[in-house]
Design a protein around this ligand. Structure first.
Ligand SMILES: Cc1cc2nc3c(=O)[nH]c(=O)nc-3n(C[C@H](O)[C@H](O)[C@H](O)COP(=O)(O)OP(=O)(O)OC[C@H]3O[C@@H](n4cnc5c(N)ncnc54)[C@H](O)[C@@H]3O)c2cc1C
Length: 448
């Protein structure tokens, strides 16, 4: 996803030529599995990723509006269907109230606390313990990440073809190398650019290279820089997401939803504590002994499928569906949506999506120039937020590597704010925390 955004922005806004090199094909990684939540509800305003999320969400919204009913617009399946966090105990209800106040204070539109009765009326499919509450954020949205990535690539191919004007002698502005793993990156010195070696050829990038290879970026950068810390920084965190037709008689789910405990993955304190656990391990095998985390999420896709999630585990580099995990997700989901009970893992194996989230020790992505590799930037480590954070990540990388201007935040005709109200200065301040040398140093400090 991140690479699609970068590619899209770069071809659209400049006269540069772009080479997109992928070990497999677009969406072979985590992007093919993502649920597509473009949410603020579960995030922590104290995290440096907050301004990226706000700005990205606004960019997605503008992109969807501009794309309209074009092929890209249709593929995006942009739905402003809102988000719903579910609190099922007195302690969680108190947390939910505090979160509602925090989001309102941040100026997030459409934040509403739902009483048990209002919750039941909003989502009749839910069956929750007495006293459960919901936090509805009406302005949260979702996309179809996989379709969006493919449609963006198609847009770029069309732009490149148009620029070549159908002339065979005119070199295309887009070189697409699929099934072509990058195996080496070598700065050439003297302003000559960077040489990229793939299993098939060498490509010279005069202006710069962005390594946006998800969790695999760690291996690539460790080999290119000789700094093994890159392999420790980025870790595969496998996730399952189940896709199915809603069972007969089940009321439609209107909002995207998740249980409140999901927010633990996005708190600033979690960013610190995960760091120590995963940072101690090697990158080629299971990176910690953490048990599989199953947290209930559910939404309806634009085409009417139910998307039910999800799992999180450090279990190595395998990205195949596991029947035991599918069963555990369904058991958890049935506690919230009883119509789902009785559906077996075997019925869901073929439509289950599995991806390796690019977990970064410290909980923050690395975005910016790579120390020791002139002309090379990285954009990786977005864990469970790469679809949401893609647009601001792309903006930052293109600014840092190519000097492209960051748009100022300004009021839009629709009454919203371009950039979600996040100014270029605020985005650059957040970027300091995401700088690769900062992320590597934070990891080293946490594992001491
Ligand atoms: C179950 C699940 C649910 C999720 N839900 C959400 C959600 O609701 N909202 C959200 O924002 N995010 C969500 N995510 C997270 C999101 O999908 C990821 O953060 C995002 O897709 C990461 O994108 P990426 O481009 O960095 O990496 P990837 O999508 O993993 O792409 C990496 C690419 O690099 C290629 N590659 C690997 N090695 C090389 C090499 N040597 N040379 C060239 N290419 C290489 C791969 O083939 C792949 O195509 C979810 C993830 C999962 C697994």
């Amino acid at each position: 996803m991140v690479v699609s955004e970068i590619q899209h922005g770069k071809l659209q806004d400049t006269q540069l030529s772009v080479a997109l090199l992928d070990a497999k094909q677009p969406c072979a990684g985590a992007t093919g599995a993502g649920q597509g939540y473009i949410w603020l509800a579960h995030r922590d305003p104290a995290s440096p990723s907050w301004p990226l999320a706000r700005r990205s969400k606004a960019t997605w919204q503008q992109l969807a509006a501009a794309a309209g009913s074009s092929k890209l617009g249709t593929a995006m399946e942009w739905q402003e269907n809102g988000s719903l966090l579910l609190a099922t105990s007195a302690d969680e209800v108190a947390q939910l109230q505090a979160r509602a106040a925090m989001l309102q204070q941040q100026g997030v539109p459409g934040v509403v606390l739902l009483s048990p009765r209002e919750l039941k009326m909003a989502e009749p499919a839910l069956k929750l313990p007495t006293g459960s509450h919901g936090l509805l954020v009406k302005s949260d949205a979702q996309i179809n990440g996989k379709q969006t990535a493919f449609a963006m690539l198609e847009d770029c191919q069309q732009l490149a073809a148009a620029a070549a004007g159908g002339s065979a002698s005119q070199p295309s502005r887009l070189l697409l190398g699929l099934q072509e793993p990058v195996v080496g990156l070598q700065p050439l010195g003297g302003g000559a650019g960077v040489e990229i070696t793939t299993q098939k050829r060498r490509v010279r990038a005069r202006q710069g290279v962005v390594v946006a290879a998800g969790v695999w970026s760690g291996q690539l950068l460790a080999a290119a820089t000789g700094q093994q810390g890159w392999q420790q920084l980025l870790q595969p965190r496998r996730g399952h997401l189940l896709e199915m037709q809603p069972p007969a008689g089940m009321p439609r789910i209107h909002t995207g939803m998740m249980e409140l405990s999901y927010t633990q993955h996005y708190s600033s304190s979690s960013e610190q504590s995960h760091g120590t656990a995963a940072g101690n391990s090697s990158s080629s095998s299971s990176s910690s002994n953490e048990a599989v985390d199953i947290t209930f999420t559910a939404t309806t896709s634009a085409s009417g499928s139910l998307l039910i999630g999800s799992s999180r585990e450090f279990s190595g580099w395998e990205a195949l569906p596991d029947a035991a995990i599918i069963t555990a997700i369904m058991q958890r989901a049935s506690c919230f949506l009883p119509h789902l009970s009785g559906i077996s893992a075997q019925q869901l194996m073929a439509t289950t999506r599995v991806g390796l989230r690019p977990f970064a020790v410290g909980g923050l992505p690395s975005v910016g120039r790579v120390p020791g590799l002139p002309g090379v930037a990285v954009a990786a480590g977005h864990e469970g937020s790469g679809l949401c954070l893609g647009p601001a990540t792309a903006e930052l990388v293109l600014h840092q590597l190519l000097g492209l201007a960051l748009a100022a935040a300004a009021a839009t005709a629709g009454g919203g704010e371009a950039g979600g109200g996040v100014t270029a200065t605020e985005l650059l301040a957040a970027a300091k925390e995401l700088a690769p040398e900062r992320r590597l140093a934070a990891m080293a400090a946490a594992s001491r």
